[in-house]
Design a protein around this ligand. Sequence first.
Ligand code: ATP
Length: 394
Amino acid sequence: MAEIELEHVTKRFADGTVAVDDFDVRIADGEFIILVGPSGCGKSTTLNMIAGLEDISDGELRIDGVRMNDKAPRDRDIAMVFQSYALYPHMTVRENIAFPLKLAKLDRKAIDEKVEHAAGLLDLTPYLDRKPGALSGGQRQRVAMGRAIVRSPKAFLMDEPLSNLDAKLRVQMRTSISRLQKSLGTTTVYVTHDQTEAMTLGDRIVLMRAGLIQQVGPPQELYDHPRNLFVAGFIGSPAMNFLAAEVTGDCLRTAIGDIPLRGRLRRAVEGRGPKDASGEKPGEVRREVIAGIRPEAFEDASLVHDRDSGGSFTGTVDLLESMGPEKLAYFTLGARGVRSRYLEDVATGEAGGGAQLVAQLDPKSQARRGQPLRLWFDCEAIHLFDPDSGQNLT
Ligand code: ATP
């Protein structure tokens, strides 16, 4: 097992592309860490630098305190699992899993014991004598995992290992990877672009954008306290709603009505928010902010008693999606979408010229497409962002 430290690690490709910029994270022994972000943000490059498949341009990589920058991949004692599985088609499952042990010249008995133990952990015992061509995608992926765990490496590196599986299998494999990692306790770095995988698998998430780390923390922390508009829009599904908000005396004027400026919201617009990283002087009242409300912060007002901290909004339901345990109601607001230089990557969804709003409702809601619906929302759940810097002010 291993502690992996990346200290100010940068990757500059020959053509000048900076794929990873000053990546600085310490991964604890036994930790399951997720690198997540949109396509091209530098996740795979980071993983490849840890594996030794890419050189590090600047900074230092240490495993258990030992500098690894110039060590060959085989000397790092790390196992990698790719989305392509990379199995040998002419070998049986047993031979595929045993392959790294044969290379390491273990004796026959030790190999058999280790292969059978791994097959047991991965529910592969009945398939040991089959060839990969006679296995399902999920079984093949488990063979690839078997080949990684059989060596008892210091760490696992996984690059989108589930992306070739169908939706149901992904969920199954997700839970088995999670259980396996916890029972083996092996430090794991896992790359995905899927925020659901990131939220469910990781002890901590590293969310990247254009080579830069946006936030590092446990999944719930990124969900509850997103540091900026990008994190807020990326984590959570459906994505957080963003609304332009004008500060007018005692309230915030938005397309879903006036929101009273009290407590933390008032402190935020006055530049006294706990997380105000914009460097503005305290006491300088903002005129424009972006309000963020998660779809799950809304409720069908007919199903709740109004509470003190709440606001309400009535709109016509454009579209209704019944998901079983919840209903998603979409509204088009009579206002433009928000403008921020952060917006290019943030899902703010404008439909038909107006900002779009989505509310996640209880399945008991009687909401109907084309009919007006009164929504209740919790003001405590509102985040305020600086339109220019994208920073969360609340
Ligand atoms: P995806 O989710 O699409 O796999 P990613 O987050 O893993 O994306 P990387 O593959 O790490 O992203 O790529 C990061 C950036 O580096 C991208 O802009 C990519 O185009 C660039 N890049 C990758 N390899 C090279 C290379 N050999 N030379 C120049 N630029 C490269």
